[in-house]
Design a protein around this ligand. Sequence first.
Ligand code: FAD
Ligand code: MG
Length: 334
Amino acid sequence: MSINPLDTEDISSIKQFYVLGTIIQLIVHGDNAEKAIDESIVKLNEIDDKMSVFKDSSEVSIINSKAGISPCVVSEDTYFVIKKAVAYSKLSYGAFDPTIRPVVSLWGINTEHARIPKAHEIKSDMRFIDYKDIISNDKKKSIKLRNEYQSLDLGAIAKGFAADEVKNILVENNIKNAIIDLGGNIYALGNNPDGTLWNIGIQDPIKERGEYVGIVRVQNKSVVTSGNYERYFMKEGKRYHHIINPMTGAPSENGIISATVISEYSIDGDALTTCVYVMGIEKGLKLIESIKGVEAIFITLDKKVYTTTGIRDTFKLTNEEYTYKNKLELEIAK
Ligand code: FAD
Ligand code: MG
């Protein structure tokens, strides 16, 4: 996913840097752009320090090291993200599950240790996956994982939270127009400075980065995509990617190769892309249609594009290799 290059003219300030395991790009228009960007970088590093599973000192790593032992008091931010993660686990009947970490580690996708685990290893580590074992205390803001060896991973939701926090910082600095791009997790603030809507390209999941399936035209919206094409390894012609189905302990395989969610808050969009990626087209569309103000675009391996009904005026299919299918066609085909 990326912005239309035309949108990047007349920039007050643009900055690229690396945090949250990804390349971040902030394009900010307005007088306080530099200050707002500096404050955003501080906040993003703070979130990384609190929520990364790649840092032993993070609050999430401390919760993991105390699994089955004792509760950990955490910051408001981490507590908020974990509670949201649990809410989305419930909403998706466990398709989203932040206790997925042991199985994510087993596969090691995007690390030097990436491999196909043995069936018995998956079965063994699946015992530790259950979001219902996240014990929270609202008064103390403490979190405990019920059993030893359980482990949290906020990789499917924390980037969305981070995008919302950056948006808040920009708004506090009186910024009216900006693009916040946290490696595929985009928030489009206001409009393009020329008054037109922001154009966000939806990445073609089987082509080079920068080739699009279509474009969404938005203002003040989060646009988040989860796909099988950024973090994966290939073995004997088969692709093993990083979105794990908690029911099987293996990369989710149901025909979807990219799921985009458009929403007001990016934390919701981030969590929901992972939910619907695992749930599949039919259940995913049904879930998104049931949430007011949220829309979705799904791309399947057989080059079909499905969208929710409310997005027809926002999304334009631009790639002729893909066929537009709607919910009604899906129902008739059944
Ligand atoms: P999403 O679909 O939003 O999330 C997929 C990720 O969520 C997977 O990578 C896995 O971690 C987890 N997951 C998989 N299946 C499920 C499921 N069913 N339910 C819930 N969660 C699931 N990457 C690095 O390589 N190095 C780093 O140092 C690093 N630091 C990070 C620090 C923070 C605070 C965060 C938020 C992320 C960091 N990352 C890092 C990236 C992270 O590991 C994920 O790869 C990334 O967040 C995936 O985001 P996505 O939008 O591509 O996919
Ligand atoms: Mg996600």
